[in-house]
Design a protein around this ligand. Structure first.
Ligand SMILES: O=C(c1ccc(-c2ccco2)nc1O)N(Cc1ccccn1)C1CC1
Length: 389
């Protein structure tokens, strides 16, 4: 049964992301000395940490923290791949956060959230070293109609071993019912561009913006999967996690999103011959496209129809559901039809993973698409890269 939350979300909108090479030393060898190219620059602390480790000395926490130049954290799909939950240390709390490349606020349930709105959730407790940002507030509304607001602290946040000790943590004083009812997540970690951070009067930087200059590479990768654990990787790409080559294309960040143009799209392998402008949004469950594309897609499924009560297209669960693909350069990114047979909608009907973007003027490539791909969000450019998982 499609959960009430999902129906509510879909009715309004459906928004809702190294092995240290052991040098094999043999007796008698020579080293070629060469200057380290700038692009592989590592933070000074990384060299200190490495030297201390080499001689068996303890690495002080502040050195280790400054030194982390890559990180990786597991992300788990909730039931039915509705959202992806990632553990993050925020101040003195470990919280389950929804990494969201469609927004730029790091916010969490907090001691300021009324207990009636907070039950079933972990919540943020400022650390002893936290500081409140005087006069600051935040207030965000999402495409599914959900919202939250509150005050702001600076505190230490660690994601997959990467730490920033002055991260803006937005403590919720109020959250809408969608968040209260979704006890899988205790808040969001925004990974869009900081230009759309809602803190007033001074917008704050996202976690990625704060750490990207200390990472080996200024990028993060979303490796979301269907019904099994994936990861968010920071500062590196890992060719054991994808096949073929990564196809990159430019990102237009002027609206704060990871916005790109797919050169064309195809339905069941039939190229439609027109491009799609959209955003990569780990915080949106489904794929939301212009109405003409959605209608062309469901034309291919005899039993498909728009169901007002479900707020979207449904079809017989035993229908043959075609693939939907977009092309980026010479790479074709395919969503398997099985991913578009998204969820039960009662009796023998199923809910489609492709739905209308309700005319918002751009498409949203949410988790139904992202979980079929290895997706590189690269701040240099900026650019976005896709490869087959
Ligand atoms: O939910 C959001 C969303 C995220 C952040 C913000 C926001 C407001 C102020 C700063 O950020 N506003 C949104 O609405 N979707 C997904 C979506 C789905 C459907 C319709 C509209 N949207 C943004 C990424 C597009």
């Amino acid at each position: 049964m499609v959960s009430n939350k999902l129906v509510a979300a879909l009715t309004a909108y459906s928004a809702v992301a190294a092995a240290v090479p052991v040098a094999s030393q043999t007796k008698g060898f020579s080293l070629v000395q060469e200057a380290i190219p700038k692009s592989s620059y590592r933070a000074p602390a990384a060299h200190l940490a490495k030297a201390l480790t080499k001689f068996g000395a303890p690495v002080p926490a502040h050195v280790a923290a400054a030194a982390a130049s890559t990180g990786s954290v597991t992300t788990n799909p909730s039931d039915g791949d509705e959202e992806y939950v990632t553990k993050v240390t925020v101040g003195d709390s470990t919280l389950n956060l929804d990494f969201d490349t469609g927004s730029a606020d790091l916010w969490a349930f907090s001691a300021d959230t009324p207990s009636s709105e907070r039950s079933g959730h972990n919540y943020y407790k400022p650390s002893d070293s936290a500081t409140k940002v005087s006069g600051a507030s935040w207030d965000i509304s999402y495409g599914d109609g959900s919202s939250a607001s509150g005050s702001v602290y600076k505190d230490t946040v660690t994601v997959g071993g990467v730490t920033f000790d002055a991260q803006a943590v937005e403590a919720a004083s109020s959250v809408s019912s969608e968040f209260t009812q979704d006890t899988s997540i205790d808040g969001l970690l925004g990974l869009a561009f900081s230009s759309i951070n809602t803190v007033s009067p001074t917008p704050q930087k996202t976690f990625f913006d704060n750490v990207k200059s200390s990472l080996d590479k200024p990028l993060f990768v979303a490796i979301l999967k269907h019904d099994t654990a994936g990861s968010y990787d920071f500062g590196f790409t890992d060719d054991s996690k994808y096949s073929g080559d990564i196809a990159y294309t430019d990102v237009d960040s002027s609206q704060g999103f990871w916005s790109f143009t797919a050169d064309s799209y195809s339905i069941d392998g039939q190229d439609a011959g027109s491009s799609i402008d959209g955003i990569a949004d780990t915080g949106t469950t489904l794929v939301l496209l212009d109405d003409d594309v959605v209608e062309a897609y469901y034309e291919t499924i005899d039993s498909a129809q728009y169901d007002d009560s479900q707020g979207g297209y449904v079809f017989d669960c035993d229908a043959d559901v075609p693939d939907f693909a977009i092309t980026v350069g010479d790479y074709t990114a395919t969503i398997p039809g099985d991913y578009i047979n998204f969820a039960s909608a009662g009796s023998s009907t199923c809910y489609g993973g492709i739905q209308s973007n309700s005319g918002i003027g751009f498409s949203i490539f949410g988790d139904v698409f992202l979980k079929s791909q290895y997706v590189v969000f690269d701040a240099s450019g900026p650019q976005i890269g896709f490869a087959a998982q």
